[in-house]
Design a protein around this ligand. Sequence first.
Ligand SMILES: CCCCCCCC/C=C\CCC/C=C/C(=O)SCCNC(=O)CCNC(=O)[C@H](O)C(C)(C)COP(=O)(O)OP(=O)(O)OC[C@H]1O[C@@H](n2cnc3c(N)ncnc32)[C@H](O)[C@@H]1OP(=O)(O)O
Ligand SMILES: Cc1cc2nc3c(=O)[nH]c(=O)nc-3n(C[C@H](O)[C@H](O)[C@H](O)COP(=O)(O)OP(=O)(O)OC[C@H]3O[C@@H](n4cnc5c(N)ncnc54)[C@H](O)[C@@H]3O)c2cc1C
Length: 652
Amino acid sequence: MEGVDHLAHERNRSQFDVNDMKIVWAGSREAFEVSDRMSRLVANDPAFRKDNRVHLTRKELFKNTLRKAAYAWKKIIELKLSEEEAGRLRFFVDEPAYTDLHWGMFVPFLKGQGTEEQLQKWLPLAYKMQIIGCYAQTELGHGSNVQWLETTATFDPKTDEFWWPGGLGKVSTHAVVFARLITNGRDYGVHGFIVQIRSLDDHSVLPGITIGDIGVKFGNGAYNTMDNGVMHFDHIRIPRNQLLMRFSQVTREGKYVQSDVPRQLVYGTMVYVRKTIVIDASNALSRAVCIATRYSAVRRQFGSQDGVETQVINYKTQQSRLFPLLASAYAFRFVGEWLQWLYTDVTQRLAANDFSTLPEAHACTAGLKSITTAATADGIEECRKLCGGHGYLCSSGLPELFAVYVPACTYEGDNVVLLLQVARFLVKTVSQLVSGKKPVGTTAYMGRLQHLMESTCKVQKAEDWLNPSIVLEAFEVRSARMSVECAKRLSQFTNQEEGFHELSPSLVEAAVAHCQLIIVAKFIEKLQGDIPGNGVKDQLQKLCSIYALFTLHKHLGDFLSTSTITPKQASLADDQLRSLYAQVRPNAVALVDAFNYTDHYLGSILGRYDGNVYPNLYDEAWKDPMNDTAVPDGYHEYIKPLLKQQLRNSRL
Ligand SMILES: CCCCCCCC/C=C\CCC/C=C/C(=O)SCCNC(=O)CCNC(=O)[C@H](O)C(C)(C)COP(=O)(O)OP(=O)(O)OC[C@H]1O[C@@H](n2cnc3c(N)ncnc32)[C@H](O)[C@@H]1OP(=O)(O)O
Ligand SMILES: Cc1cc2nc3c(=O)[nH]c(=O)nc-3n(C[C@H](O)[C@H](O)[C@H](O)COP(=O)(O)OP(=O)(O)OC[C@H]3O[C@@H](n4cnc5c(N)ncnc54)[C@H](O)[C@@H]3O)c2cc1C
């Protein structure tokens, strides 16, 4: 009962309206209502139970996922759920499945790359799930380097192996396949094709194709609900019209016709998914932070006053590890919202043949995907440690969350490879300044380069660090100076590619600095808008300052070595940060309640809404199959003879 009392007390002392914050977190009242309804629907249906996952074998786990996916689809049809509702329902089912790839990559790829005629043929089938699709791009030998994919699509194809595509191993009937298009003896580079891979009658793999699952992945359960697959083609023939031809066509005579658009549009689905992954980072991090915050308020160690020990959330070290993660979850939420806007904007421009913002959209999605997933993966692990020994139990929900989440640093583009793309974009932006090209969008600050190279930070006392324009300028100065330094060093190389290779570690750091600036800038921008709700804006302002000042603290080397700030100003930033932690402390539990997660979705005894941790941890332990019998299997074969042996030895 102790825990129950504590969380109620925590909620009573918060200084803002948690219901209003729930709406800010969800993005709008409508989005909140949909999420709330779908999360309860899933939580209240025993068919979606997930607490038994860790005890299942891989085959049982996978079949269980198929059952849930089929049941979810039945519900979607029965309840006539909208696309948004269906997406939220799948989200709260909280189990990686082939449906993620079908809805998340196959359908978007068709929509983005198909002609009207192709859309009419394939989309209705995909929407009704009469075909199930996956996204087969990565090969055994090439993942990051898409241009060097070896699979060819010609009139006389060679053979090759795909490796990794989710949903491919056991379920998909169709795949979007990436291959080099060769016609009339000429190689036109990588294109997307739709290929049927399994029979729609008996699900057998079609002749000439070999498919299997690639094997058990990291973590117990975790991402093993997904059938990542291997596929081998041996002289497969597909009709010409299964090349997705919105941007380039092959005529009946085999002539290649390229529309007047950048070839990079074939990568459009990756941009779309990278954008989604940023919002998903805020989902995963907020979930871990919710568990760690509630548990830190329940857990007591040392420092007994009046016979009660201190709640671990009151330790300053606990706060300095936890609250930056809380702030990051909100920061990633808002930058994700902005990225959604940027994506919609670039899509509308592309439709009007305006390709000017495509490089910016690519750089932002690639860079933000990298730094939000890296911070989230590290953050989940930090939350596990923040929960002490209990965090290591699967019933804390954290080990599984970590294992499911970490591949986000690799899939949809390895994080370092993607940051190097941002670095290229930055170097290009700096070099174009010389020719007088005005930078726009997220690099607009480079247009004030002279000022940024000369300016000095105005902070004189700790409170000055609460001034958004001072903070913003510090991040701009650091980023601009790092990019310029890289560009200068690069110009000393006669071979630019060689220089880029040699300086790549510094270039990655410059890219990180630029992306962190975007996150800080978008958080500040969000706060300049109308944010209704009692005390809501005030809390968000504190979180924004925490995100910025903690990032500054963590990357202090950058800020000092670029002379953006002085050591004294760094120390003032730390003072301000400590003060902010103290101000957030009474609101911490309410700030995680605002995520509106059900206990089902959290899947954590430590993160229970009621805080009733200990009796449930205890009960859960007894449910473990290891405790079915007091004497374990194997006692007679392996323990008893050993004990007897020891007895004989001790008598000697
Ligand atoms: C609500 C719940 C939602 C849950 C959401 C969770 C989502 C999870 C969903 C599914 C689970 C995971 C599924 C995973 C799927 C996959 O992993 S699919 C495979 C993904 N593969 C990759 O990402 C490969 C990474 N590599 C690349 O993208 C590229 O090869 C590259 C590294 C970017 C390099 O490309 P390339 O060799 O062509 O490039 P360059 O010569 O360097 O560049 C040429 C110019 O093109 C520009 N460029 C590159 N990419 C793009 C792009 N996507 N858009 C626009 N422009 C692009 C590049 O900047 C160069 O420009 P420049 O010439 O001006 O310098
Ligand atoms: C869980 C999961 C699901 C996936 N699902 C799919 C799917 O559905 N469909 C699909 O097609 N693919 C899928 N993939 C594959 C994924 O997209 C690739 O693994 C990813 O793009 C990374 O490519 P890679 O494996 O070739 O890594 P590599 O490129 O081999 O990376 C290995 C190391 O080399 C470094 N490196 C590589 N190139 C450079 C460079 N130019 N400069 C500096 N360092 C470099 C990387 O940073 C990394 O440290 C999935 C992967 C995972 C883990």
